[in-house]
Design a protein around this ligand. Structure first.
Ligand code: ATR
Length: 285
């Protein structure tokens, strides 16, 4: 059987509220065309009060979808409503990727894999040191803490304006994760080989605080999970100070890979054309 017949009628979604700004349809649309598959992937906006009914329609097949991506504010509900959440999403309490398998709705969270795959691609050796610093303790930092811990970092220091939120995450992710207030940033950066920003610092119209990256080891890498703008204020500072930087766009691209493979049966590649396509779209909006 050829691929187009195999995947004929396979439809996947990205759902959120709102969802119209999602770039996932561009990413999956690119891969569907590149691999000459007959499936579809589209944005499907669902308000919070309708989400349970939407998931029921995916499970019973009436939606016509074989699975999809879930974004804000539905990630926690998707995890709870799935029949078979995997270990990664169970620890996070949130899922961003769903697929039907033998009539059951499976769920995972691919953000962490997107994060590590991006660094593997753009800065191999990023995982050589023992110590990582993560700035921010919001929803987005959880998958990053999990991924960095699972990659083998021995000390993971989560620094947050509201230290209680960082403490909650340190409790959740085990004894290699430590919580600190902002005032401790310089101290915990001492000797770290990886610095990750997960906050929107400097992007809400306020000036970015000045960060002195010099306590990091000389060959440290500084990365950001925010990708609009591509070079965030913190990445620009780190680069000026002579550190290697990796932007967050690749995380978005790589986190999409496992879902595509589940729904459409082929593993897609993150390539330069895809990256350029998303950058061109960012410049339009
Ligand atoms: P997300 O789910 O996208 O991570 P979030 O839950 O709102 O979003 O978290 C945003 C993160 O950025 C938090 O760590 C937040 O710190 P608080 O927990 O103290 O709110 C951090 N953040 C946002 N604006 C900040 C600012 N001006 N100064 C310091 N931290 C900031």
């Amino acid at each position: 059987m050829d691929d187009s017949r195999e995947t004929h009628g396979v439809n996947a979604f990205v759902t959120g509220y709102p969802v119209k700004h999602s770039r996932s349809p561009l990413i999956h649309g690119y891969w569907l065309r590149q691999l000459e598959l007959a499936g579809s992937y589209r944005a499907h906006e669902v308000p919070v009060e309708d989400f349970t009914a939407f998931i029921a329609s995916v499970k019973d097949g009436t939606s016509g979808f074989v699975g999809g991506n879930v974004t804000i504010p539905h990630k926690e509900a998707a995890f709870k409503l799935a029949d078979r959440p995997d270990e990664l999403s169970s620890e996070l309490g949130a899922s961003n990727t769903l697929w039907l398998e033998n009539g059951l709705l499976h769920a995972t969270n691919t953000d962490g894999r997107g994060f590590t795959a991006n660094l593997d691609e753009r800065h191999s050796g990023w995982d050589r040191s023992d110590r990582a610093v993560i700035l921010g303790a919001g929803g987005a930092s959880r998958a990053i803490i999990q991924a960095v811990r699972d990659r083998g970092f021995k000390e993971i220091h989560v620094v947050n304006r509201t230290v209680e939120r960082a403490k909650e995450l340190a409790d959740r992710f085990g004894d290699r994760v430590h919580a600190h207030p902002m005032a401790a940033l310089g101290e915990v950066m001492q000797g770290a080989g990886l610095f990750i920003n997960t906050t929107s610092l400097g992007m809400d119209g306020e000036a970015a605080p000045r960060i002195d990256f010099s306590p990091l080891v000389q060959d440290a890498v500084v990365t950001d999970i925010v990708y609009v703008p591509l070079k965030t204020p913190l990445l620009a500072q780190a680069e000026e100070q002579g550190f290697a930087i990796v932007d967050g766009l690749g995380m978005l691209l790589h986190q999409a890979v496992p879902g595509f493979e589940k729904w459409f049966g082929k593993r897609p590649a993150v390539d330069g054309t895809l990256r350029a396509l998303i950058i061109a779209d960012m410049e339009k909006h």
